[in-house]
Design a protein around this ligand. Structure first.
Ligand SMILES: Cc1cc2nc3c(=O)[nH]c(=O)nc-3n(C[C@H](O)[C@H](O)[C@H](O)COP(=O)(O)OP(=O)(O)OC[C@H]3O[C@@H](n4cnc5c(N)ncnc54)[C@H](O)[C@@H]3O)c2cc1C
Length: 493
């Protein structure tokens, strides 16, 4: 079968080399980083393919359906839930050679792009033509359009532009067996259920996305930066709600809890070059001590003075000025202290650095991960308290609120721990996830706002969607009777 694959695609598009098979055995799922640290490769594909056009994708899927081998679609491999881990071997299909921006339609404000385009490349190409995608995940440099759609990604400015499911007007998808389905771009439609929305978020289990039509926006004319220190989490949330209820849509809204505020301030000093190398080293050592003793976090939290926040408004010059004034009014009314533009500008300049700081902790034997949950406004504080309590008992835990909408918002927990042995580290890691997911579901929240399900959250899908998991299984059987597409993910059999 593998020889047939090489014949079909040609040698430049297929590899059976062990280096590549190992490289594609994992994504940015922290558990898989623990495997790497221990020198383990529990799963590996039998081959890696790099299709260059839709016919290559069709050929691989047709062969897979005939012969019954698994195919795992792969974009940037930046997923953090193990979505691309080839748990049953087979072929990893890396879409990154299908990366062209095919068209920009000014009147419709749409772009047509191949699924393997990297976020940053797409944004740069759009900027050159005077537009923006409005989609800025922190993984901008290493994630693709197909991966965004597959995992229901959110950019940092989703409050203004929406998540990827709001930005997607149409898509082209290759179904198992090789059939191509095009869901053409339309503004809205009443022609039955919205199949786009069913396929977005299916994480490569129902088809391979090869092309998408995304909504775009003119490059913003102006940008405003604001930051405040709120006395507490509830006062900050109240101000954010007030702004949104006035019909305003700032691009970025971020409120940090007291501990994240405290840690962020020392990080900010470091970034500003205020501390020399020896002091930085000292802070790094202190961090490791704290990770080994999560209970110290409660004491550290007492030294924090309130909640830092960052707002960015962008778009039309007059409207963004108006929006900035309304934010200031709401913040002051909630008792916040203005901190000027500089902290928000600093965040903006470093908005893609922040997520790459985990590696040193893994090197030191610790783990760090993030849990992005969401709930309606009337459940948000309960969600915060319950998940924080569940995680803080097991790991050093920070949180910020972002991706705010009229009806609710997301909470992004960062948690890290250092245990005496590798075995205990893994147990603690899985325990954090179990406790955090249960707490989220108990509080009425969703187990994922934008990272998806993959392997990591598969066991919680039954509680998240109830009988619709059976409907999802039936749909999977109908579309993919031999179960070749990304098997073992999302709670599907
Ligand atoms: C440092 C860092 C920061 C991050 N920040 C954010 C953030 O701000 N917002 C956010 O939403 N996420 C973020 N993520 C998570 C990740 O970037 C997203 O989940 C992203 O959508 C994954 O895209 P990818 O191209 O890397 O997909 P991959 O990791 O390659 O794949 C993800 C899933 O999609 C499937 N898939 C990939 N391509 C296709 C395709 N063409 N057709 C069908 N299925 C496909 C895969 O099989 C897998 O199940 C971050 C990750 C990292 C490491």
């Amino acid at each position: 079968v593998l020889a047939r694959l090489a014949e079909l695609l040609g040698p430049a598009k297929v590899s059976f080399a062990s280096a590549e098979r190992i490289a594609y055995s994992q994504d940015r799922f922290p558990l898989s980083l623990l495997w790497t640290r221990a020198g383990e490769v529990p799963y590996a594909p039998d081959a890696v393919c790099w299709p260059e056009r839709i016919d290559d994708v069709r050929a691989v899927l047709a062969l897979a359906a005939r012969e019954g081998f698994p195919v795992v679609p792969y974009g940037g491999g930046s997923g953090v839930c193990g979505g691309t881990v080839p748990v049953r071997g087979g072929v990893v299909l890396d879409l990154k050679r299908m990366n062209r921006l095919l068209a920009v339609r000014d009147e419709a404000l749409l772009c047509e792009v191949e699924a393997g385009a990297l976020g940053q490349h797409l944004e740069e190409a759009l900027n050159r033509r005077g537009y923006t995608s409005g989609h800025f995940p922190s993984s901008m440099y290493c994630s693709t359009v197909g991966g965004w759609l597959a995992a229901r990604s959110a950019g940092q400015a989703s409050t203004r532009y929406g998540k990827i499911e709001d930005l997607c007007a149409g898509l082209e998808i290759v179904l198992p067996g090789g059939e191509v389905a095009i869901l053409k771009p339309v503004p809205r439609s009443a022609a039955g259920p919205d199949w786009r929305q069913l396929l977005i978020g299916s994480e490569g289990t129902l088809g391979v996305v090869t092309r998408a039509w995304l909504r775009i926006a003119p490059l913003p004319e102006a940008r405003r930066f604001l930051s405040f220190r709120f006395p507490s989490v509830p006062s900050g949330l109240q101000a954010i709600r007030k702004v949104l209820r006035r019909g305003l849509r700032p691009a970025v809204v971020r409120l940090y809890d007291p501990l994240d505020t405290l840690v962020g301030v020392s990080g900010g000093l470091k970034g500003g070059g205020v501390l020399e190398a020896a002091k930085v080293e000292l802070i790094e050592r202190a961090k490791l001590e704290v990770l080994a003793h999560p209970e110290w976090a409660a004491i550290a939290g007492r030294f924090s003075s309130g909640c830092h926040s960052v707002f960015v408004c962008e778009g039309d010059r007059e409207l963004s000025a108006l929006e900035a004034r309304a934010i200031e009014d709401a913040a002051l009314a909630a008792g916040a202290e203005p901190r000027g533009e500089a902290p928000a500008e600093h965040w903006f300049r470093h908005r893609y650095d922040i997520s790459y700081k985990g590696a040193p902790l893994f090197r030191e034997g610790a783990f760090v991960d993030t849990m992005e949950v969401a709930a309606p406004w009337d459940r948000i504080e309960t969600l915060y308290e319950r998940v924080r309590a569940a995680l803080a008992a097991r790991a050093f835990t920070l949180a910020h609120f972002s991706h705010a909408y009229l009806d609710g918002c997301s909470i992004y927990f960062t948690f890290a721990a250092l245990c005496p042995s590798e075995r205990e580290t893994r147990e603690r890691y899985l325990e954090c996830w179990r406790a955090g997911m249960e707490a989220t579901l108990d509080a009425g929240g969703t187990i994922s706002h934008h990272h998806g399900i993959g392997l990591l959250k598969a066991d919680f899908m039954r509680r998240e969607i109830g009988p619709f998991l059976d409907v999802f299984c039936a749909l999977k059987r109908a579309i993919d009777p031999r179960g070749v597409l990304n098997p073992g993910k999302m709670g599907l059999p």
